[in-house]
Design a binder for this molecule. Structure first.
Ligand code: ADP
Ligand code: 5GP
Length: 197
């Protein structure tokens, strides 16, 4: 049986990562979405344990002290982290893992797990990113501005990623990511191991 791979989906807030990830999960029930922990408040419709584990600051620090995170970072006033245990379990079961995380977290995972594949998702333009972020209606204008600024600063790191996908249409972005995932399972090391087994 092949071992699962970890795919990091990174990109500016509002680009459509959550939308694209939801479509990928719907099209392949074997995919495992890593549910992050966060100290931010739930948005309408977000469920604890499904979209995030919503923690207090004290609980988040407790998880750090217990070494439960594969990575964790601060993003525009809130903290976010990837619980490690379930990522490892899913990969051992042969499931591919999707991480929807920001750039500092992606760098931490890359250092710890160099075989994790980093996919940067970019908007077709900054004006379109702003439209999407405002259109989502989940943040006030001050937070929208902070998120846009942060996205532009982080864009400098995009060239170091393994892949770069433009989310012009959701269909297009999803099919490119599916192609990347399929290609990553055609690497010689994995295929030769399968034949040896
Ligand atoms: P992120 O998870 O990256 O912060 P979301 O998935 O929440 O972004 O998407 C932000 C907004 O943009 C949502 O309202 C979503 O419906 C919309 N959106 C996502 N992808 C596209 C696209 N390709 N074209 C137009 N709107 C999109
Ligand atoms: P949001 O508040 O819009 O859900 O997420 C804000 C940012 O935090 C997004 O860029 C998202 O990818 C990132 N994020 C979500 N979960 C994690 C995580 O576990 N770790 C890190 N480093 N970033 C995360």
């Amino acid at each position: 049986m092949r071992r699962g791979k970890t795919f990091i989906i990174c990109g500016p807030s509002g680009v459509g990562k959550g939308t694209v990830v939801a479509r990928l999960l719907a099209s392949d029930p074997t995919l495992y979405f890593s549910v992050s922990a966060t100290t931010r408040a739930p948005r309408p419709g977000e469920q604890d344990g499904k979209h995030y584990h919503f923690l207090t600051m004290e609980q988040f620090e407790q998880w750090i002290a217990e070494d439960q995170f594969l990575e964790h970072a601060q993003f525009v006033g809130n903290r976010y982290g990837t619980p490690q245990l379930y990522v490892d379990k899913a990969m051992e079961q042969g499931r591919d893992v999707l991480l929807d995380i920001e750039i500092q977290g992606a760098e931490q995972v890359h250092r710890k797990r160099p075989d994790a594949v980093r996919i940067y998702v970019a908007p077709p333009s900054w004006a379109e990113l702003e439209r999407r972020l405002i259109g989502r209606g989940t943040e006030d204008m001050e937070r929208v501005r902070s998120r846009l600024e942060r996205g532009k600063v982080e864009f400098a790191a995009a060239k170091d990623f393994d892949y770069f996908v433009i989310n012009d249409t959701v269909d297009h972005a999803v099919s490119e990511i599916q192609a990347i995932m399929a290609a990553e399972h055609c690497r010689p090391d994995e295929r030769i191991t399968l034949i040896d087994q």
